[in-house]
Design a binder for this molecule. Structure first.
Ligand SMILES: [Mn+2]
Length: 426
């Protein structure tokens, strides 16, 4: 199914005057403070976040999976779902494919469908964390880091195949998240595992076209519980440097131990020109993959403060590839993604309100109280009318979630696909 503009517009009419009142009030307040409101709205419009193809179905835990009705059962249906999200939010203009779960059968048809939904293909993701049917070698004891050359070769070849698929779709980057590690002390030789990983990544890197990037994701633990080969940003950064200038670190918000200062990691990476990709989610305990901004919205704001600073001051760093990497165990995945997109835009908008000049001066004078005030004044501003205006100007929905519900999108999807339709993937 596809939502047409008229449906969205007639929904928007219902709340148009409330929006106008809110926007005018906020716009006047911010303009008096010297802010260019049109510019902020434009920056929000330009901010696009990729939706991974595995996020449209119900995620599971290792204990079970509760299906959400009317899940997309094919790549075509996944693209349609992201198209619906994008039509409503105007923020989800890209899809990130997971291979081998989403290998297109007809590349031209898939590209046409994506473009009809106003979507581009973002980073392609490889999978060496589970064995594939008919695979010769097993990843039980690792993939790119494995002691066996035959296993490493298979894993390297898989990544090269993923790049080839991405090339046919117009993707420009490969994301490698490595599950490799060990479950018990003594199981692995850390140095050998790291050397093997570096050499394998270099082999993959050497096949990259000039306009492609390699994103190296890190994670402290899980699925292995004693050690992970690429456990932290330092290891990822070191491997990216070993590969070359087209290789970058990818930060996933959930891939840190509790209370890690992620904003400082972001800042360091951007200074060094090595922050390539960014995965949004939220967490309470570990890699919980919760809705963005549902647990620690202030931490997200502080991270965005560094991202905005880096985007404005670090030309050595490429524009990062943004993606939501969350899981939806009990909520409608589409609703959950809309809440995440809203939280991302909100944190971004608040970070854009920070008066960087004033902050610099307060830092210069060691006025610690004022520094905090500047950040918190921005954070306490209700920026939602700015988000609404950005969507409105692009024919999106004033309230994506309410419009989604009022238009009975999930009900239509269930009617179209059947109640028991299940998304491929985890
Ligand atoms: Mn991730």
């Amino acid at each position: 199914m596809r939502i047409d503009k008229e449906q969205i517009q007639s929904e928007n009419q219902k709340n148009r005057s409330t929006h106008n009142d809110g926007f005018d009030f906020l716009s006047n307040t911010l303009t008096k403070k010297g802010l260019d409101v049109d510019k902020v709205v434009k920056q929000l419009s330009d901010f696009q976040v990729a939706i991974p193809s595995w996020a449209l179905g119900a995620g599971g835990t290792r204990f079970g999976r509760f299906s959400f009705y009317g899940e997309p059962a094919s790549l075509e249906q996944k693209i349609e779902d992201v198209g619906i999200l994008h039509a409503l939010t105007k923020t989800a203009g890209a899809i990130s494919l997971h291979i081998p779960w989403d290998i297109p059968e007809d590349y031209n048809a898939i590209k046409e469908l994506a473009s009809a939904n106003d979507l581009i293909f973002d980073a392609v993701n490889s999978n060496t964390f589970q064995d594939q049917k008919d695979a010769k070698e097993s990843y039980r004891f690792g993939s790119l880091s494995n002691r066996s050359k035959a296993v490493r070769d298979q894993a390297v070849q898989h990544n090269i195949d993923v790049i080839k698929i991405g090339e046919k779709l117009g993707s420009k980057s490969l994301t490698v998240w490595l599950a490799d590690g060990s479950n018990f002390p003594g199981q692995d030789n850390f140095q050998s595992a790291l050397i093997n990983t570096e050499n394998s990544l270099k082999e993959i890197y050497d096949t990259l076209a000039d306009d492609w990037k390699l994103f190296i994701e890190y994670k402290p633990y899980e699925p292995n519980f004693y050690s992970t080969v690429i456990q932290d940003w330092g290891t990822s950064f070191m491997l990216a440097n070993a590969c070359g200038e087209k290789a970058y670190t990818l930060v996933d918000l959930g891939h840190h131990l509790p209370n890690t200062n992620i904003e400082q990691i972001v800042s360091t990476l951007m200074l060094k020109g090595k922050l390539g990709g960014f995965h949004f989610n939220d967490s309470k305990y570990g890699d919980d993959d919760s809705t963005v901004g549902s647990v620690k919205p202030y931490a997200l704001f502080l991270i965005f403060n560094e991202l905005v600073y880096g985007m404005q001051n670090n030309p050595q760093n490429p524009y990062p590839a943004w993606m939501i990497d969350a899981s939806h165990n009990i909520k409608d995945p589409m609703e959950d993604l809309m809440q995440s997109l809203e939280a991302i835009q909100e944190a971004y908008a608040k970070a854009l309100l920070i008066d960087q000049e004033q902050l610099k001066m307060a830092q210069q004078e060691n006025d610690v109280t004022l520094c905090q005030e500047i950040l918190q004044n921005a954070y306490r501003t209700d920026v939602r009318p700015l988000l609404e205006r950005a969507r409105l100007e692009n024919s999106g929905a004033l309230s994506p979630l309410n419009t989604y519900r009022n238009l009975k999108v999930r009900e239509s999807l269930i009617k179209e696909r059947g109640k028991n339709s299940i998304a491929t993937g985890l």
